[in-house]
Design a protein around this ligand. Structure first.
Ligand code: GTP
Ligand code: NA
Ligand code: MG
Length: 291
């Protein structure tokens, strides 16, 4: 076999923090859109996945996570597929339960963190208080002579957004993130649902390789063939390279978040693998079912 050709890939950055601390607003400001207003009650219900192109042309993939306490598992999932975590803390509030939970997930995942102290436009903004509280969790930010990057931002005025982008790109450069785009893809399911018109839909993040329309795949206990792919703006794409989040149509059922999608050589093989996994799942259910 020829040696793998690794190429630099965009960083995958997960935004975490307490409910209503401004995660989605910050991401909206970075993307120049307004997702918050479209959300039921302004509460993020799922992990949104987006890719932005910076002024310098670099790509960054962002995953938004919900802050509500019912969503611990989703935050864990976010921390597991991510290269860098942005810990969002509202500078007019303090370290709250989901802030601390996010800190713990990030530490457990061994992922570098950048602290964004947000709502800098507010008169009650006291970032120094936040930095001091972070010390209690062994997070020593740059402003306190530590090595965790921190930045003051406002989603409302746009203050600090360029610095935040710079810090992400700097961190990504240090990490030398690479993947081989010239191989069969594997990807991680970020979220999935059944759409009445389109059938099963899965938002996946490409780990390595390039996913193509027509590829035969297995994901969890399902097989399928990529019928179409949509990017985060709903545009059809024919190919999806490493770190790109895409919505995949053509899967035979609804996979579970966290499932791995792999491309296989034939439909026979896809059905074989999916069938084997279904049997295993059924056996497990049967043996663990209450008498
Ligand atoms: P969940 O997804 O529900 O956990 O919330 P979130 O962290 O995504 O917060 P969201 O972006 O929904 O913002 C919560 C509230 O804070 C909204 O009313 C926003 O308008 C407000 N907000 C967010 N960022 C800023 C900011 O930089 N300045 C000011 N003044 N308000 C902000
Ligand atoms: Na909110
Ligand atoms: Mg949100």
């Amino acid at each position: 076999d020829a040696p793998e050709t690794l190429q630099t890939r965009p960083p995958v950055v997960t935004i975490m923090g307490h409910v209503d601390h401004g995660k989605t607003s910050l991401l909206d400001a970075l993307r120049g859109t307004d997702v918050v207003r479209g959300e039921a009650g302004g509460i993020t219900q799922h992990i949104g996945a987006y890719q932005i192109k910076t002024k310098g042309g670099e790509l960054i993939t962002f995953l938004d996570t919900p802050g509500h306490e019912a969503f611990t598992e989703m935050r864990q999932r976010g921390a597991n597929v991510t290269d860098i975590v942005i810990l969002v803390v509202a500078g007019d509030d303090g370290l709250m339960p989901q802030t601390i939970e996010a800190i713990n997930h990030t530490k457990a995942a061994g992922v570098p963190m950048i602290v964004a102290i947000t709502k800098a436009d507010k008169p009650e903004f006291t970032p120094q208080k936040i930095r001091e509280r972070l010390l209690e969790h062994e997070i020593i930010v740059e402003a306190m002579s530590g090595d965790v990057q921190d930045v003051e931002v406002s989603a409302k005025t746009g203050a600090g957004l360029d610095q935040l982008i710079e810090k992400i790109l700097l961190q990504a450069e240090l990490m030398e993130l690479k993947a081989n785009p010239d191989r069969a893809a594997d990807a991680t399911v970020i979220e999935a649902k059944l759409d009445k018109g389109k059938g099963p839909l899965a938002t996946v993040l490409i780990n390595r390789g390039t996913l193509k329309v027509g590829d035969i795949l297995v994901v969890g206990t399902h097989s399928g063939r990529v019928r179409a792919m949509l990017d985060d703006k709903g545009r059809q794409v024919k190919t999806a390279p490493p770190s790109l989040p895409v919505e995949v149509l053509g899967i035979g059922g609804v996979p579970m978040a966290g499932d791995t999608l792999t491309v296989v050589e034939s439909e026979v093989r896809a059905r074989e693998v999916a069938g084997y996994r279904q049997e295993k799942a059924t056996a497990k259910r049967t043996t663990t079912a209450p008498a």
